[in-house]
Design a protein around this ligand. Structure first.
Ligand code: GLN
Length: 348
């Protein structure tokens, strides 16, 4: 009689399914292809979606960072940037808000660009925790390691890998890198930064816990400051759509024409967004929307249609997992209407 292998709570990390470096990542400019419907149709569908969801009242504005609680629950913006640089915006698409967790995907991109696919996969992981974004338990269940770069533990560990000799050099790298995805310099919301620095005891604890396991490459206080500051960068829904369109376009910003990251790095980022971008609700999201996305607690969501473009939504009220309620509904609707689902799509 055969005996079953002993069960563990979570799979061992690093993965039992390693990459084979000679098989992946020939760095060509080949990216996913496909076309958006024509401009009039895109405009009409965005406008229809805006009207359809603007009066949805569900969800609650995040208040665990005191400055975020000041957001108006009626704010709602939609923006789409195509992979060739056309922009469409509705509602509060020019309103500035702090990028929060959405920064994680783009800092991850910059770090993979520096250190490479294999090393970052090995150090940070790519699998979903199945637990909330600020979970400490996820670290303990995984032998002290992070599981993916898009929840707090993995994001803090990713930020600790940013190049630079000093804190200032590291910050400049993050600031310049994220600004490159948009095509113009991003400002900081100092009020949001101060507010989160006063209340981020949990993130400080996560950084300390990772330090205790030897899985962080920078002093925990310094990395928490860097991470909190990256979360305080101000963006609009239009900016986010352009950041996403850069990933849709194989790493070249379609507005500025600058190559921000390699096509293979874009591909890595889109993969971890598909599995982890909406925290523990990532499976529901992929099932309903069929595209990689990333949300943040201030109410933004960026969604990428590889080769076609990127859709960004902004609406502060969140569901229980911390994802924007109007944002999810609007993105799902537009995924259907514009034929964006990567697994099966027709334009309606
Ligand atoms: N700065 C926030 C935090 O660390 C970001 C979280 C989020 O957007 N989900 O708590």
């Amino acid at each position: 009689m055969t005996t079953l292998p002993e069960q563990t709570l979570l799979p061992e990390h690093p993965t039992a399914f390693p990459s084979e470096p000679d098989l992946v990542h020939p760095d060509t400019r080949v990216v996913s292809t496909g076309r958006l419907p024509d401009a009039d149709h895109v405009r009409e569908m965005l406008s229809e979606t805006y009207e359809r969801y603007r009066h949805v009242q569900d969800g609650a504005v995040a208040d665990y960072i005191p400055a975020l609680a000041e957001a108006d629950s009626s704010w709602f913006g939609l923006s789409l940037t195509s992979a060739n640089g056309h922009r469409f915006s509705f509602g509060d698409a020019q309103l500035k808000f702090s990028i929060q967790s959405i920064s994680k995907a783009f800092v991850y991109a910059l770090v993979v660009q520096e250190l490479g696919h294999e090393e970052v996969r090995e150090r940070i992981g790519v699998n979903n925790t199945g637990l909330p974004f600020n979970s400490v338990m996820a670290i303990e269940l995984n032998g002290g390691r992070t599981m993916n770069p898009l929840v707090n533990a993995g994001a803090i560990a990713t930020t600790s890998l940013v190049p630079g000799k000093t804190w200032d050099e590291k910050w400049d790298f993050i600031h310049a890198g994220l600004s490159n995805f948009v095509g113009h310099p991003l400002e900081i919301d100092e009020r949001v930064y101060e507010s989160e620095m006063k209340t981020n005891t949990r993130n400080r604890s996560i950084a300390r816990l990772l330090e205790s396991y030897g899985h962080i490459s920078l002093d925990p206080t310094q990395v928490t400051e860097l991470y909190t500051r990256q979360c305080s960068l101000l963006v609009t829904a239009e900016d986010l759509a352009t950041m996403g369109a850069t990933l849709a376009d194989g790493g070249e910003c379609p507005i500025s024409g600058v190559d921000v990251v390699d096509p293979s790095v874009s591909r890595d980022v889109l993969s971890v967004m598909a599995t982890n971008g909406m925290y523990e609700a990532s499976g529901d999201w992929l099932f309903e929307v069929g595209m990689p996305g990333k949300s943040g607690v201030s109410g933004g969501i960026v969604t990428i249609a590889p080769g076609k473009g990127s859709l960004a939504t902004f609406s502060p009220p969140l569901d229980a997992a911390g994802n924007s309620v109007r944002g999810i509904r609007a993105t799902r609707h537009l995924s259907n209407k514009l034929g964006l689902n990567m697994f099966a799509s027709t334009v309606q």
